[in-house]
Design a protein around this ligand. Structure first.
Ligand code: ZN
Length: 74
């Protein structure tokens, strides 16, 4: 797979995430724009239609659910 994303920086960012940032979200692209709000925090433009179809929430909410918040619970 040697697709070029130079004209679409959403795709570029999704493809080259920093190692600590493990995301379940689908890669955004021309046919899958990141245009939907997160169902949990309500922030706009967090999810793609594919994300929503899988019932995902945004990275920040997913991180919180995974217990990566700082000292709030546990
Ligand atoms: Zn969210």
């Amino acid at each position: 797979m040697f697709q070029r994303y130079e004209d679409h920086d959403d795709g570029l960012r999704a493809q080259f995430q920093s190692p600590g940032e493990r995301s379940a979200l689908r890669r955004a692209g021309r046919s899958n724009p990141r245009c939907l709000p997160c169902p949990t925090c309500g922030r706009p433009d967090r999810l793609t239609p594919a994300d929503r179809a899988h019932g995902y929430q945004c990275d920040e909410c997913a991180d919180r659910d995974e217990g990566r918040s700082f000292g709030m619970d546990g």
